[in-house]
Design a protein around this ligand. Structure first.
Ligand code: 1CP
Length: 365
């Protein structure tokens, strides 16, 4: 009899171990990563830029107690804010809750995120001396809470986590303008009138942001997105001269990480081939371009992500369905990730987002 008990115990263990293994591998949803690598996935993966934010009543509640930057400094709170839309919407990826401005603090740039405005810089960069004052930083030392948040998320999530940074041009635009801008006049004036200082600033930002992304990946980010939200304001020629070399340097410093590198911009249809040539493995598209035409233009050498107009989220349900389908019909191969063409606006409705996720997951050609 004792043998039988031992045998049952052994059998239990022998069954439990593979079962646990099967369950843990099965429960991780890697459709997003497969699409990033242009491999076949079980369904078209989807996530939304700004999926954690003001459209969620729960997020608005958290914001009553914590400012945006305070959320980032509290790993448990920050991880919960990151996880919430994944659970509510059933999306295939999480994006770390943070802001592109977070890492410029330890570089010596004082800023705040102001309600209904965005980032406001207290000591904007205006000349070469200001550029020289920008310092290098160590994320483990200066932003340890980012690493702690990512470690919690790695344990808790069953979808990949996307880390991110702002690209040098978009960060430079805030640092030089002192806040959000429409014309980017101060940024462009700096670029044309002080090219040496400009390139020095861009080089510092590219180096620091590549290091910061490496830190995020070392803690558990499975993919990274570089937001060059405002670079579409440059002409092709100016992009080539003032931005491209820095992006090439930044992406080449990330290549050995072997994680998907997503490169996204708004109104940047004219820059798409260069944005790919920087070294991105996924290119994000806004709604002004077509998926099929853009993908062809990129020679299908990268995966593409996009591109529903965020304004459609407040349209009647039948229009949302039709516009979502219009995007899906343009996809004829693996390597597509459904997203919006820019971030979710506060007016969006969570149920609409959920319906889009179901429609994309259920889509069969
Ligand atoms: O408290 C608030 O809710 C204010 C709104 C907000 C949020 C939710 C800001 C201020 N930042 C964030 C978080 C944030 N920022 C995330 C994580 C949320 C998620 O995606 O789930 C991300 C990825 C960003 C990135 C970011 N911040 C970008 C790049 C993406 C984009 O939208 O183009 C940019 C340009 C910023 C600057 C910024 N921060 C906040 C605002 C309102 C802005 C834009 C200001 C402007 O118009 O210039």
């Amino acid at each position: 009899m004792p043998y039988l008990a031992d045998f049952c115990h052994f059998l239990g263990l022998a069954l439990a171990i593979p079962l646990q293994y099967i369950m843990s591998t099965n429960s991780f949803n890697d459709n997003f990563l497969r699409a990033c690598r242009r491999e076949k996935s079980d369904h078209i993966p989807i996530w939304f830029m700004r999926q954690a934010g003001r459209y969620q009543p729960e997020y608005r509640e958290v914001r009553k107690k914590y400012s945006l930057l305070e959320i980032c400094r509290h790993p448990e709170v920050c991880a919960n804010v990151t996880i919430l839309p994944v659970e509510q919407l059933n999306v295939d990826a999480a994006i770390l809750f943070s802001d592109i401005t977070l890492p410029i603090g330890p570089m010596g740039i004082d800023f705040d995120i102001v309600e209904n405005v965005g980032p406001v810089i207290h000591n904007p960069v205006r000349d070469a001396k200001d550029v020289d004052r920008i310092i290098s930083f160590d994320a483990e030392e200066s932003l340890p809470y980012v690493g702690e948040t990512i470690e919690i998320l790695k344990r808790e999530l069953s979808v990949p986590l996307i880390g991110f940074v702002g690209a040098p041009f978009t960060l430079a635009s805030y640092i030089i303008e002192g806040g959000p801008s429409k014309s980017y006049l101060k940024t462009k004036t700096f670029m044309y009138a002080q090219p040496v200082a400009w390139h020095k600033l861009m080089d510092k930002l590219a180096t620091e942001m590549a290091k910061y992304l490496r830190y995020q990946v070392s803690k558990g980010a499975a993919a990274v997105q570089v937001f060059d939200s405002w670079v579409g304001n440059l002409s092709i020629e100016d992009y080539r001269e003032y931005v491209y070399p820095h992006m090439v340097k930044m992406f080449s410093a990330l290549k050995d990480l072997n994680v998907p590198l997503i490169h996204f911009g708004v109104v940047s249809g004219h820059l798409l081939t260069m944005m790919k040539d920087c070294g991105a493995t996924v290119v994000g598209l806004d709604w002004r371009v077509r998926i099929d035409e853009s993908w062809k233009l990129l020679n299908y050498e990268v995966a593409v992500q996009g591109n529903l107009d965020p304004a459609i989220l407040v349209a009647p349900a039948d229009i949302v369905k039709q516009k979502t389908n219009h995007i899906l019909e343009q996809v004829d191969r693996p390597g597509f990730i459904f997203n919006l063409g820019h971030g979710i606006m506060p007016q969006a409705d969570g149920d609409t987002l959920k319906r889009i996720v179901d429609q994309v997951h259920g889509y069969k050609k």
